[in-house]
Each structure stands twice: as structure tokens, then as C-alpha cells.
Write a protein that binds this ligand. Structure first.
Ligand SMILES: CC(C)(COP(=O)(O)OP(=O)(O)OC[C@H]1O[C@@H](n2cnc3c(N)ncnc32)[C@H](O)[C@@H]1OP(=O)(O)O)[C@@H](O)C(=O)NCCC(=O)NCCS
Length: 191
């Protein structure tokens, strides 16, 4: 558990979810506008989705970190570990920020914190996958030093069934911590 203050003065609590957070998580997803849900990997409003995610976190397959403002979830971040040996050095970060909290630094904050977790887990490279229309996601990644490794044209389908290209962006932990050294020292984040 960690408290942070964003540049705009917002007090944020960062913590891992518990089973008691089911309702808050569902509220968070139901509040997302359709445009923000359209490009997510799963239909987050489907019955059982939130419960399954929490079980998945407990099993250790995925590390989740949520940002709370008061009692409300403002942003949901995750670091997924590969079950395959050939991807054992990789982690995938995913971030979703509630509409009223976007562009206030929540996405960046979660990604910075999840890189710390990736370091503890001795991962070497972080992958972020997005559909081509997720321009804000791409902008954050570019700002943070990720590069486009591949674009798979017309590869996936969005929640409306429309075919979309997949953009795969990556950043190595070496590069990340080299570039963010001053940031972490200043924050004195111990992970
Ligand atoms: C994409 C998303 C995760 C970004 O998180 P965020 O908290 O809004 O982003 P931040 O405030 O940390 O932005 C950091 C920087 O990224 C860039 N950026 C973020 N959103 C942007 C946008 N819409 N357009 C252009 N640049 C953008 C900017 O450089 C920004 O810095 P600045 O505000 O000082 O200019 C969030 O907006 C979101 O969840 N969007 C909808 C759902 C989605 O597409 N999720 C991705 C699933 S993988």
C-alpha cells in the first residue's frame, strides 16, 4: 500500500485488490464509457468477469495494482506474467483509467509502479499491446520510452466485432531504469 500525490494535488492510494473490492471494481468498469470499453480485450461488463479477475490475481498469474481516490477506483493496472518458459522474462502491463481521471498522471503512475514489481520479479522486458485506435495508450507509451516492435495488420476484433490492427510496444527494464533513475531516487520508492 502506498500513498501518492499527483501534480494536481489529488491524493491517491495505490494498493492490490482484495475479494472485498468486487463491487468497486464492477462499478469502475460499468462507469467506463462505451468508447473506452470498445478496445479492451474482454467485455468487462460480462457477469463473472470481475470475480474471475480477482481469482486470477490471487493465483499469482497476474499482479494487480489499483489507484483509489477516496473509496473509488480511479485506475486499474496489471502486470501479467507469462506461463511459458520462452516468455518467462517478459511481462505485459495493462492500464485502464476512469474517464474523469484521465490525463492526470494515473496511467503513468501505475506503469511506474508496475515496473518496480517487474524488477522485483526479475523480468527483462515489458510489453504493452494495444489496438491501433488506442491512440492515447500509444502516446503514453511513447512518452515513457516504449518503442513499436510490431504491428500486426487486421489481426484482432474489437468489442464491436470490427477488425483492428494490433500494435505491440516494448521497453526493456535496463532502458527503463536507466532513463528513470532520477525519478525513482527522488521518489525514494522501494517497490
Ligand atoms: C490510455 C490511458 C491508460 C492513459 O492514462 P492517463 O492517466 O490518461 O495518462 P497520463 O495522464 O499518465 O498521460 C501521460 C502522457 O501520455 C500522453 N497522453 C495521454 N493521453 C493522451 C491523449 N489522449 N492524447 C495525447 N497524448 C496523451 C501525454 O503525453 C501525457 O502527458 P501530458 O498530459 O503531460 O501531456 C487512459 O487514458 C485510458 O485508460 N484510456 C482509455 C482506455 C484505454 O484505451 N486503455 C488502454 C488499454 S491497454
Amino acid at each position: 500500500m502506498k500513498y501518492e500525490i499527483l501534480e494536481d494535488g489529488t491524493n491517491v492510494l495505490l494498493r492490490e485488490p482484495t475479494k472485498e473490492d468486487q463491487k468497486s471494481s464492477l462499478d469502475f468498469f460499468l462507469k467506463l464509457p462505451v468508447e473506452d470499453r470498445r478496445y479492451l480485450r474482454m467485455d468487462v461488463t460480462r457477469p463473472g468477469f470481475v470475480e474471475r479477475r480477482l481469482v486470477q490475481s490471487e493465483s499469482g498469474e497476474v499482479y494487480r495494482l489499483w489507484a483509489f481516490v477516496g473509496d473509488e477506483i480511479a485506475a486499474d493496472g496489471s502486470l501479467e506474467f507469462s506461463a511459458d518458459q520462452w516468455g518467462g522474462h517478459l511481462g505485459e502491463i495493462r492500464v485502464i483509467v476512469g474517464r474523469e481521471y484521465q490525463r492526470r498522471g494515473f496511467g503513468t503512475l501505475l506503469i511506474q509502479q508496475l515496473f518496480r514489481v517487474a524488477e522485483e520479479r526479475k523480468l527483462e522486458k515489458i510489453v504493452m499491446n494495444m489496438l491501433a485506435p488506442q491512440k492515447s495508450m500509444r502516446a503514453v507509451c511513447e512518452k515513457l520510452g516504449f518503442r513499436v516492435d510490431a504491428v500486426l495488420p487486421d489481426y484482432l476484433k474489437d468489442q464491436d466485432g470490427k477488425t483492428q490492427s494490433l500494435v505491440i510496444m516494448t521497453c526493456t527494464l535496463d532502458q527503463w531504469f536507466h532513463e528513470m533513475k532520477d525519478f525513482y531516487q527522488e521518489k525514494n520508492w522501494d517497490g
